[in-house]
Design a protein around this ligand. Structure first.
Ligand code: SAM
Length: 298
């Protein structure tokens, strides 16, 4: 299990990481696709080490968890029965350290793991190298599956390349134009393919992002789609999240030519006593924190 994050050996292997950022200001303002992508790439590069250190144990090296509630694909089978994954071409979007792709590979699927952040993909390499026994067939990266650095809004794959696509909180909440992501996924899926993605449950945008009692009182409009932006002293965005209502998500899915077959709102399980940012047992018992959309391309 990945508890300790070792330092990377080669300093040149790191992306450029400005280390002189003051505490950013949190605000709500517009942020276009370019500003959003630049900000989030930098944020995830700077924060990947801490993210993997904080959450790596919960995520596991080769587990497929859909969100902080801990819903596991091994139990939920939202991509279909695990036994049917063998040989399936699966695209994981916003893979982070590719824990989900590694679980898929372990079940015989042929994943491709994509992320915007080079540093997150370095963590995927690190874990994959640990899993390698030296004889493993090399499909382009340690762990036996390709890692691709790209934006979810411009997928570098041919039409109909994949049988399945999935994303556990990867990409979709972090792009300005999520309708475009839906279109891109529809394009790279074969007819009959399935797309399953999880995001922060939209209702959470009406509440303070706090795990305690202060996070139980609605203080903002659910209908306000203004992005959440953290910006530096010069007003440059350094982190952006975008909000869509449930209805917006359904319309974006339908407009891309996909059919929504399920909307899963995982309940907080009694075994899970961990807080993850604003997700906590207290709030999780009262209202949903994650929405998982299951879609099919007819
Ligand atoms: C909350 S993490 C989720 C990662 C992984 N699925 C997990 O559960 O740990 C979000 C991931 O989305 C990636 N991401 C953010 N914006 C993206 C974009 N526009 N395209 C692709 N990936 C993006 C980030 O780099 C980060 O690795």
């Amino acid at each position: 299990m990945n508890q300790d994050i070792p330092a990377f050996n080669a300093p040149d292997d790191r992306p450029d990481l400005p280390d002189d950022l003051d505490e950013p200001e949190a605000t709500r303002r517009t942020a276009d696709p370019g500003e959003t992508s630049t900000a989030n790439r930098g944020w995830w590069d700077r924060n990947a080490d801490e993210y993997q250190s904080d959450h790596g144990a919960f995520l596991g090296d080769d587990r497929f968890v859909w969100g902080p509630e801990g819903l596991d694909e091994a139990d939920a089978a939202l991509l279909g029965p695990a036994a049917a994954l063998t040989g399936q071409r699966v695209l994981e979007i916003g893979c982070g350290a590719a824990q989900c792709a590694r679980w898929l590979a372990g079940h015989g699927a042929r994943p491709v793991a994509l992320d915007l952040s080079y540093r997150q993909l370095q963590h995927a390499r690190r874990i994959g190298e640990g899993a390698c026994d030296g004889d493993e067939a090399d499909a382009g990266a340690p762990g036996g599956f390709p890692l691709v650095q790209a934006d979810a809004g411009a997928l570098p794959f041919a039409d109909g390349s994949f049988d399945l696509a999935c994303s556990a909180y990867g990409g979709v909440p972090f792009v300005a134009d999520s309708a475009r992501v839906m279109r891109e996924v529809a394009r790279v899926l074969r007819p009959g393919g399935r797309w399953v993605f999880s995001v922060t449950h939209p209702i959470r945008w009406a509440f303070p992002d706090e795990p305690g009692p202060e996070g139980l009182t609605a203080g903002a409009s659910y209908f306000d789609r203004t992005p959440y932006v953290e910006q530096d002293d010069d007003g440059r965005a350094v982190y952006v999240e975008h909000h869509r209502t449930l209805g917006d998500r359904v319309r974006e899915i339908a407009a891309a030519g996909l059919r929504l077959t399920d909307l899963v709102e995982p309940e907080w399980p009694s075994w899970n006593d961990q807080e993850w940012g604003g997700w906590s047992p207290l709030r999780g018992r009262l209202f949903p924190g994650t929405a998982i959309f299951v879609c099919v391309k007819d």
